[in-house]
Design a protein around this ligand. Sequence first.
Ligand code: HEC
Ligand code: HEC
Length: 328
Amino acid sequence: MLPAATLPRRKIAYRLMAVVCLVAASPVTVQSQSVQTRAVQEPITSIPVMPPGDPQRLALGERLFNDRRLSRDEARSCSSCHDVRTNGATSNARDVTLDGRPLALNTLTVFNAGLSFRLNWEGKYRTLEEEAEHVLRNPDIMGSSADDVVSKLRADPELVNQFGDAYGREPDASALLDALATYERSLVTPGSRFDRWLDGDAAAIAPEELAGYQLFKSLGCISCHQGVNVGGNLFQRHGIFHPLGTPDPQWLRVPSLRNVATTAPYFHDGSALTLSEAVRTMGIAQLDRVLTDEQITAVVAFLTTLTGTYRGQTITAPSAEPRAASAR
Ligand code: HEC
Ligand code: HEC
């Protein structure tokens, strides 16, 4: 029995539920008359138009992203592994440490990273600033630190000026990380054919591609790959039914499938060289289903519609062929 005092509140709750049901039911009729239908009903949403970041901070961040002084011995910049002229990553299964050994994990693309709820394969970081700080300190990647970088930059009058214009102060760690993150937040790829379809352009994708999308939903891929990044918003195990590549790390942030047709090789260990192979493996490892060649072709056709644009250019794969880690 509930105490008498809570009864009126329960009544209010029931009335509220009834209102919510009415509200939930009504858009269906409204939507069927509107071009916005898909945008509201589909489990994937198009990449939104983002407000541009502060132009001076963004320009500084872009410059820093390409600046080798960010690494120990000035051996590499962020763009050595994240080439935004192509897919925001490389075509290697695994890029190398500063000493030339293969890294444990495949390089993720920086495109659309800011739209994911956590960063990196294991989803360890919540913000681009936090991620950048760790990359700078990672002995295998940049082997430096935000403070080391700042002391190098303070010796460069031109950069001191640019920091002054953007932040009103000398280079410091927080301005360095903020500039990098401001630039990275601008690395979004709207305008894919799938997004145009979501936004009401029925002719933007071909019937076979649409069939591939229906299959992507009916097979269950959508239960893990959804939202604005078609991934990037859940933690999942890999190899749920059958093993998929290297067992560790066991738990991953589901990767985004935005621009996936351009980001071979695939998986945390770079073990799948082609998209068809990755799709086939996903069926077996995550859904316990052996997909037919026709199903794989259709799903791959859908996935190619997720390729977007950056600064007006369609995202492309690097010209080098995807390379397995052992081929290095
Ligand atoms: C040697 C190659 C290499 C260099 C250089 C490099 N990265 Fe990365 N980057 C990687 C790898 C590998 C991963 C995946 C790491 C992981 O998941 O632990 C990654 C992941 C990322 C991600 C996460 C993407 C996502 O979807 O979660 C961001 C953001 C990023 N790097 C930014 C940077 C920045 C900024 C720099 C320069 C300060 C940089 N990277 C330099 C290899 C590199
Ligand atoms: C239970 C959750 C789950 C389901 C269902 C699922 N995936 Fe995945 N997907 C993942 C995880 C986790 C990874 C990362 C696996 C790894 O790197 O080891 C992944 C990786 C991928 C990749 C590689 C992405 C990259 O950049 O390396 C593709 C492509 C992919 N999935 C497509 C699909 C397709 C197509 C289906 C349906 C046939 C599907 N997935 C079903 C969770 C899932």
